[in-house]
Ligand binder design. Structure first.
Ligand SMILES: [Zn+2]
Length: 337
């Protein structure tokens, strides 16, 4: 049996939700990750230092209860009219990133940003305070499979207008986005999810409809997936892991909600993918080194063990269908105590 010991990974994009579910999702994330960058699209949105701090306290209490030592990296949600002063207050309260959702792009994004010009003061304040701009890079007005590519010119304008701003393009899904990220300066990085690396539109639509794979941005074609895998295994410091784990209860999923509960299976999936690509040695950089460096953080001190052992992803975890439910994965993962 082959096994691998790597520095404990970070998850630089996760939705821990709120209310009673927050406890289960926080504990689950703590099983494989040393730090979690938690997205702010809860209701009401985390768009002030006060709201961010209240949410942080409840999430951190659940992480602490897990006994894992896993830490939360807080974020705020950028909304028009928020003001530069509120951005500075969030930065002082420990925000590592502010999240830009184009208005109407995904879950709880109706109050997002219609145009970068509507948040000029806020972006300048983030640039000055050294807060990373995290972007859901899709143009909701474009056809669904073209939304990411359609947003690239907007992102290019932001990158060029704020020369000191660090930017993360979240959850890359296309070859065009990989090329764009490579072409931008070193202060622009990107997260890639396990599901965009492992699956394509055919997993959703190829046979029976599989809503478990439905997320935003929607999974794309095989040539896009191949470009994402090449970026992830390349060792380039621009590309790092963010699960975009986004659990929805079964009733929400039945009514069409976008999002996959991926954090419980992400590390086993990634180990299998990197192994298939003959690049197991590049897994640690992608999951545990590149993102930490981009965010200016030291590596985690803990370790994650990955070992080759076939197992079937259960139909249900924490009351939710996990990503790849029913599929057999070749690798398992567990934190070294
Ligand atoms: Zn997300």
């Amino acid at each position: 049996m082959r096994e691998l010991l790597i520095t404990l990974p970070d998850d630089f994009h996760v939705h821990l939700r709120q209310g009673p579910a927050l406890a289960a999702y926080s504990r689950r994330s703590a099983e494989h990750f040393g730090r979690v960058l938690v997205m702010p699209n809860v209701v009401p949105p985390l768009s002030s230092a006060r709201a961010m701090d209240d949410y942080r306290r409840s999430a951190e209490a659940h992480l602490a209860a897990s006994g894992s030592g896993t830490r939360m990296l807080p974020t705020f949600k950028l909304v028009p009219g928020m003001g530069a002063e509120a951005v500075r207050a969030c930065a002082l309260a420990g925000a590592v990133a502010g999240k830009y959702y184009p208005a109407g792009s995904t879950t709880n994004a109706a109050d997002g940003v219609p145009d970068p010009d509507s948040v000029q003061g806020e972006l300048a304040a983030m640039e000055a305070a050294g807060v990373v701009l995290s972007v859901h890079a899709e143009d909701p007005g474009a056809p669904v499979l073209e939304r990411e590519e359609a947003f690239l010119p907007v992102l290019d304008r932001i990158v060029n207008s704020y020369p000191g701003l660090k930017v993360v393009m979240e959850h890359l899904s296309t070859a065009a986005a990989v090329d764009a990220v490579r072409s931008w300066p070193a202060r622009v990085g990107a997260t890639i999810t396990a599901h965009h690396l492992a699956f394509t539109l055919d997993d959703i639509l190829g046979e029976r409809l599989q809503p478990g794979f439905f997320c935003k941005p929607v999974l794309k074609a095989e040539r896009d997936r191949t470009a994402l895998v090449e970026a992830a295994i390349s060792g380039s410091p621009k590309f790092f892991f963010g699960s975009d784990s986004a659990p929805h209860p079964p009733e929400a999923k039945r009514s069409g909600a976008a999002g996959c509960y991926s954090s419980p299976v992400a590390m086993p999936l990634l180990a299998g993918l990197f192994d298939q690509a003959g690049a197991l040695g590049a897994l640690e950089a992608f999951c545990a080194v590149n993102g930490a460096r981009f965010y200016g953080l030291a590596a985690n001190s803990g370790k994650l063990r990955l070992w080759e052992e076939a197992w079937t992803v259960p139909a249900e975890l924490d009351g939710v269908e996990p990503l790849a439910a029913g599929r057999v994965l070749a690798w398992r993962a567990g934190r070294v105590p």
